[in-house]
Design a binder for this molecule. Structure first.
Ligand code: C2E
Ligand code: CA
Ligand code: CA
Length: 758
């Protein structure tokens, strides 16, 4: 799964978790609110029932008291003949059964007697001396109805009382009123006796004014305790009580007192106008506990959401770090810290999508391997780092560069003109020169650079086109000396087209035998006899060589096809020698050029041995020409191969000697049989005034002899050259002076057949 996919999934997971948590929260909230609502309703319902029960009990009590009073009035009626004081005293017994604390009897003029049960005897008293509530209720009795008063404080009794009055008849005429008083505490007892309220709760009868008539709670106060005077209740709670008192219906409210939720039910008392039954109760912290549980659930959901999101964010963070680590490995060059080619190509792709003038430059260090050998790899590493640092300083915002391979850097510059690129590269080289000068003053640093512009790429894949243009330009620059900058142009484009053609047709050409074996004789300088021949390939079409090896061999080495071609050439050579031997012609040693790629092939020596064996050719008549530069590349590998080839009998020749940088040490350890002096020796010796090159050539030839190597001079184009080589005791000469490479048949006729002596 790609990183982007993982990231998207993690984000989705976060969203899912948050959504789930929000849903859980929602459900939890809904359920808890519903439960709380239900709970509250059930509490209030219960409280209302209790309140109604209280109201009824209160009502019954009042009615019962009135009833008792009426019965007493009846008794008085029946004994009209007695004095009022005696009558009252006669009621004492009946009173004991009721809860009256005082009885009074008044006549029309307001005079009367009262009987207080806690005291002795009957005392005369005037009605207008008594509390107004009493007078009011007596007035009602005079009017003919039994009634009871509002609660009032009786200072004489030092008690809160409720008075009842009923008329006393004589001959169906009201002759007096009988008044009784009941301590309101009696009602408090009723409230407590119902036991409807939990031990923590209270039930009370309270006037709208706040005066508490009766309460299950005991107030050690003479007179009325007023709710609104309470120092325990806040103004807010008092206001809520006030609102409930004003409400003619049953009403409820709740408040929190000292951490407990107190529920209140206020039921107006029809029996006692202006008063209500007030029940206050707690649920013993149940609702608190429930809300605590709900709160805990909320917290847990929130914690779960937080933890999950944190875990996922951590995963995302780790993913990002992992990606950063990966990209460090995948996109950066370890040595220089610069981008690597993969990253460069990614960035280039982006740039090519933008309208950006773009020049890609490949900068290569000339003779880097040589420097590497000379100064060691640590020094080379330092050099690469320094170059990388300088490049970093020279590129501008938006531009970028990378280290491509060992000694190659790629730059992407925002330039559209050759001249501009040149100016910038020269500015860079001023700094690289300074840097190289400090590192090794006697070894200047040279580069070869290939450059191509985006504007020259019209194909479907501009990136690939651009890069192949750069490589082409680089190939040209490589052929130059010192610091060289080459730009891709139409000429190179032609070459590119040609290369495309060659790549597309090489297999077919091999299959159809278009690669022909040509031979160039090697002449023994001592006596001018044929010493052998070099096999050179020609790509023929209709009897004409259409491409020269210099055009296709580098390409085939690049694309690997050269391996096939060289095996093919070895086979052609063996077949030819076999044919000549079969025709009774002399055995001619033939040299075959071998690409460096062969040395990396598995079983390469065995395969050559098998080919020779297949044609029954002694391997000793085959000389394998390897390039000088190659021996330096991987000494051990070449050495190993050379030894094996030697063991089968093949001869080894070092081609183009003098162009590379082989050390004589390597030469010794490689056990080369033949040294082919590069054509440049002949050219230089010709131009040589002081004779220095001749001396060098002489030393090389002598050294070779000491090392038992035969010497072959390439590029012998004149009799002068031949004479010079003879004077220097060179063994063989090869060149146009004797013959150009020629077809096999021509070679056979000119050099091998008796009728055509050489
Ligand atoms: P080389 O191995 O150095 O071959 C000698 C080249 O110098 C040949 O070029 C030859 O035609 C040319 N030459 C010979 N005498 C003279 C002379 O007197 N003056 C001048 N100016 N040139 C002379 P050719 O055949 O074009 O081959 C070029 C290169 O291509 C060869 O250089 C060799 O490196 C490579 N090559 C040719 N055939 C093969 C092959 O079958 N396999 C491989 N791997 N490389 C091959
Ligand atoms: Ca050669
Ligand atoms: Ca050569």
């Amino acid at each position: 799964m790609g990183e982007k996919k993982v990231r998207t999934r993690l984000y989705k997971l976060i969203a899912a978790i948050l959504l789930t948590c929000v849903s859980i929260y929602g459900v939890l909230r809904y359920v808890s609110l519903s439960v709380a609502d239900l709970y509250l309703t059930s509490i209030y319902d219960r409280m209302e029932e209790q309140a109604i029960q209280y109201a009824n009990s209160f009502h019954f009590k009042l009615q019962a008291d009135l009833q008792t009073l009426r019965a007493m009035a009846g008794m008085l009626q029946d004994h009209q003949d007695q004095e009022p004081q005696e009558l009252l005293l006669s009621l004492q017994g009946a009173c004991n059964a009721s809860q009256f604390i005082r009885l009074g009897y008044f006549e029309e003029d307001g005079s009367g007697f009262r009987l207080t049960f806690r005291e002795e005897g009957v005392v005369p008293v005037a009605l207008d001396q008594l509390p107004t509530e009493l007078q009011d209720v007596a007035a009602k009795a005079w009017a003919g109805s039994s009634a009871y008063s509002q609660a009032f404080y009786d200072s004489h009794l030092d008690a809160k009382v409720l008075a009842s009055a009923t008329p006393v008849y004589s001959h169906e005429q009201i002759c007096g009123v009988l008044v009784s008083a009941v301590e309101t505490d009696v009602y408090a007892q009723i409230l407590s006796s119902i036991k409807a309220v939990s031990p923590l709760g209270t039930a009370a009868i309270i006037y709208n004014s706040g005066n508490v008539v009766a309460s299950t709670r005991v107030y050690s106060l003479s007179g009325f305790y007023n709710l609104f005077d309470s120092t325990y209740l806040s103004d807010e709670i008092k206001a809520q009580y006030g609102a409930c008192f004003a409400d003619p219906e049953v009403s409820f409210f709740q408040f929190v007192y000292q951490g407990d939720t107190c529920y209140n039910c206020v039921l107006p008392l029809d029996t006692l106008p202006g008063a209500s039954i007030v029940i206050t109760d707690t649920d013993h912290g149940i609702s608190n506990a429930v809300s605590e549980v709900v709160r805990m659930a909320y917290t847990m959901v929130a914690l779960f959401a937080l933890a999950s999101v944190a875990v996922i964010l951590a995963a995302l963070w780790m993913l990002r770090r992992y990606r950063a680590d990966l990209s460090q490995v995948a996109y950066f060059d370890r040595l220089t810290g610069a981008y690597n080619k993969a990253k460069f190509l990614l960035l280039l792709e982006e740039k090519l999508d933008q309208p950006w003038p773009c020049a890609v430059v490949s900068i290569n260090i000339r003779k880097f391997k040589y420097r590497n050998e000379l100064f060691g790899s640590a020094d080379s590493d330092l050099l690469l780092k320094e170059i990388s640092d300088l490049l970093r300083q020279h590129i501008r915002p938006g531009e970028f560069f990378c280290r491509d391979t060992a000694d190659r850097f790629l730059l992407c510059l925002k330039e559209a003109e050759e001249s501009a690129v040149k100016v910038r590269l020269h500015a860079l080289f001023v700094h690289t020169d300074q840097m190289a000068g400090t590192m090794h003053p006697n070894y200047p640093l040279y580069f070869y650079c290939g450059c191509a512009f985006r504007a020259d790429c019209a194909g479907e894949d501009p990136q690939q086109e651009l890069m192949s243009h750069v490589m082409m330009a680089l190939g040209i620059a490589k052929q130059g000396h010192q610091t060289t900058i080459s730009f891709y142009n139409a000429q190179l484009h032609k070459q590119e087209t040609m290369q495309n053609y060659m790549e597309n047709h090489m297999e077919q050409a091999l299959h159809e035998g278009a690669f022909h074996l040509f031979l160039q004789p090697k002449i023994r300088l001592e006596d001018g006899a044929l010493g052998g021949a070099e096999a050179l390939v020609r790509w023929m079409y209709n009897g004409v060589a259409i491409f020269s090896p210099d055009q296709f061999i580098p390409l085939f080495e690049h694309n690997g096809f050269c391996v096939k071609l060289d095996y093919y050439m070895v086979e052609q050579v063996c077949r030819q020698i076999r044919a000549w031997l079969d025709q009774g012609l002399p055995l001619v040693p033939i040299s075959v050029n071998q690409t460096r790629l062969l040395f990396h092939q598995k079983n390469y020596p065995q395969r050559l041995r098998d080919i020779a064996a297949a044609y029954q050719i002694p391997p000793s008549c085959i000389t394998l020409e390897i390039l000088e530069g190659m021996a330096m590349e991987d000494v051990e590998l070449v050495q190993h191969c050379v030894e094996e080839l030697h063991s089968y009998g093949f001869r080894i020749s070092m081609d183009d000697f003098g162009t590379g940088y082989s050390s004589l040490n390597t030469l010794g350890s490689l056990r080369i049989d033949e040294l082919k002096l590069d054509r440049s020796f002949m050219v230089q010796a010709k131009q040589d005034q002081k004779g220095n090159h001749r001396k060098i050539l002489e030393s090389i030839i002598q050294l070779s002899k000491k090392m038992n190597m035969t010497t072959v001079a390439e590029g012998v184009e004149s009799a002068d050259s031949e004479q010079m080589l003879q004077a220097l005791s060179c063994d063989f000469g090869q060149g146009y002076y004797y013959s150009k490479p020629i077809p096999v048949l021509e070679f056979q006729q000119r050099y091998l057949e008796p009728s055509h002596p050489a």
